[in-house]
Design a protein. Structure first.
Lengths: 133, 398
């Protein structure tokens, strides 16, 4: 098993580490038994994700995918962000070893969970987002 | 760039003296040890000498040593070989269809080279008991006694654990097995070269050894088979190794193994003293510099070179990748490094909670490590740990 240069680069210098105090949505996925826990925070303004931060307990792939997903969603509308797949995150990282693909699933789930949380907190937005989906 | 190797339980560098001893057997003395001509006889002589060295190291007779391709083959040979040869024990001869095919007792912390042959035999109809261990990874003699039934054909318990270094009470288990007339195997791959290993004193019938864990070459190991032990060969072919293991002898490997074990017997005590000091220096330094860490394994009864530490709130692969970036090679019992997506079965059996098991790192020292190596690790590791903890969602909550 070998990580791509891009994965190692994100692992060494992860982007957007931390929490957003007044986050509009928080996603919390994973458990220590499976190996990874991810927390993803998003700040949304006019239906656009203006900031994203993460905290991750996990392996190199988990850290790198967390970092990449926060990079990829910034500036995207909520609806665009919902279409972001784990494959796209892995591809943006120059690929992941086969046995680490589940880590990219976790990043996708963390993002979806954060958006769900945002939509729950903003009932008015639900209809709007759902219609566009 | 700094390069510090602290993963000697995985493999060791080949000792220069070992390489030197092996080279002629590639270049000049390349004969087949089974051949009658001079080329063959020179090779035969070297194999016999190496066999004597290995035998004398564990207090055995040369004819009780069978060379194998390594520790894994030795374990497979011991377990499957005994199972196939003795499967009728305890079986009702009049009721062949209903009775069991034999019972094996092992522990839940064995190396996969033991666990997987046991699982394989279970699928073939054998019964296997996987004994629990205590918080330090030690099996309980009373549990073994309780597990023994009339069909028990084999007890296989490792001498020292590869992940945490804990030493098992082999002598006592062997005594019990002997009294009950049950064949007893120990995987001594991690103890040979680190602890005194004497087949007679340990009361074992079978004992697995490996070359590359003791500064010898990879691809060579041996199984000690006490004279009279009922076992079937695994590999069939020519009449090599007294009909116990067919295949042209790996002469350079055998020579290297012999030389490595000779060096171990000369240097072990001196090296151990140095290594145990370095290991304890590392543990004491870590304890001083990093909070929320825990030692996994027995505090005293463990191999002198092994230190398994859990760094709470963070994950092992992230630690080893960061250490690797700083030139330090270690390993981890985290799920992510196992290739199985399951954290260490050893730590699990010891009752270590999953998150703490995920944060485990194994430092296994060797003869070339220095004070400076340990100082360097103590210099770089605290920063790695605090950086990963900053990133961890588990840390904040505590």
């Amino acid at each position: 098993m070998r990580y791509s240069e891009k994965v190692m680069e994100h692992f060494k210098n992860p982007r957007n580490v931390g929490e957003i105090k007044d986050a509009d949505g928080i996603g919390h996925v994973g458990n220590p038994v499976c190996g990874d826990i991810m927390e993803l925070y998003i700040k949304v303004k006019d239906n656009v994700i203006v900031d994203a931060k993460f905290k991750t307990f996990g392996c190199g792939a988990a850290v790198a995918t967390s970092s990449m997903v926060t990079e990829l969603v910034k500036g995207k509308t909520v609806d665009e962000a919902l279409t972001l797949s784990n494959k796209a995150v892995a591809e943006a990282l120059g690929g992941l070893p086969q046995i680490k693909m589940h880590c990219s699933m976790l990043a996708e789930e963390a993002l979806k969970s954060a958006i769900d949380d945002y939509l729950k907190k903003k009932p008015a937005k639900i209809g709007e987002a759902r219609r566009k989906k | 760039m700094t390069r510090i190797y602290l993963d000697h339980n995985a493999t060791t560098p080949t000792h220069p003296e070992v390489v030197k001893a092996m080279l002629p057997y590639y270049e000049k003395i390349y004969g087949n040890a089974s051949s009658i001509h001079q080329f063959g006889q020179e090779a035969r002589k070297a194999v016999d000498e190496a066999r004597e060295k290995v035998a004398s190291f564990i207090g055995a007779k040369p004819e009780e040593i069978v060379f194998t391709s390594g520790g894994t083959e030795a374990d497979n040979f011991a377990i499957k070989g005994v199972a196939y040869k003795n499967e009728k024990k305890g079986r009702d001869p009049l009721n062949r269809a209903c009775s069991g095919s034999g019972h094996i007792i092992t522990s839940s912390i064995e190396h996969h080279a033991v666990l997987n042959p046991c699982k394989y035999l279970e699928e073939k109809g054998f019964k296997v008991t996987y004994l629990p261990v205590n918080e330090y990874g030690v099996v309980n003699l009373a549990d073994i006694n309780k597990a023994i039934i009339s069909e028990t054909i084999l007890i296989t318990i490792m001498h020292a654990n590869n992940e945490v270094g804990t030493i098992e009470p082999i002598e006592e288990i062997g005594k019990m097995a002997k009294e009950k007339g049950i064949i007893f195997h120990t995987d001594a791959v991690q103890s040979v070269g680190k602890l005194k290993v004497n087949a007679g004193e340990l009361n074992v019938d079978l004992l697995s050894l490996s070359g590359h864990k003791i500064y010898g070459p990879k691809g060579i190991g041996a199984l000690y088979i006490r004279k009279g032990t009922k076992i079937e060969p695994l590999i069939l072919g020519g009449h090599h190794e007294r009909n116990k293991r067919a295949g042209t002898e790996n002469v350079p490997g055998i020579v290297g193994f012999g030389r490595a074990i000779e060096i171990a017997s000369q240097d072990m005590q001196k090296e151990n003293k140095k290594i145990v000091n370095l290991r304890d220096k590392l543990w004491n330094g870590l304890r001083q510099k990093i909070d929320s860490i825990q030692l996994n394994g027995h505090p005293e009864k463990r191999t002198p070179n092994t230190l398994n530490v859990s760094f709470k709130f963070i994950e092992g692969e992230s630690i080893i990748l960061n250490l690797d970036l700083q030139g330090v090679a270690v390993s981890s019992g985290s799920a992510c490094t196992s290739g199985l997506l399951e954290s260490s079965h050893v730590l699990k059996a010891m009752g270590v909670d999953p998150a703490t098991a995920q944060g485990s790192v194994r430092f296994s020292l060797g003869r070339d490590n220095t004070e400076e190596d340990i100082d360097y690790v103590l210099q770089v590791l605290p920063d790695i740990v605090s950086r990963l903890r900053e990133m961890s969602p588990l840390y904040r909550k505590n």
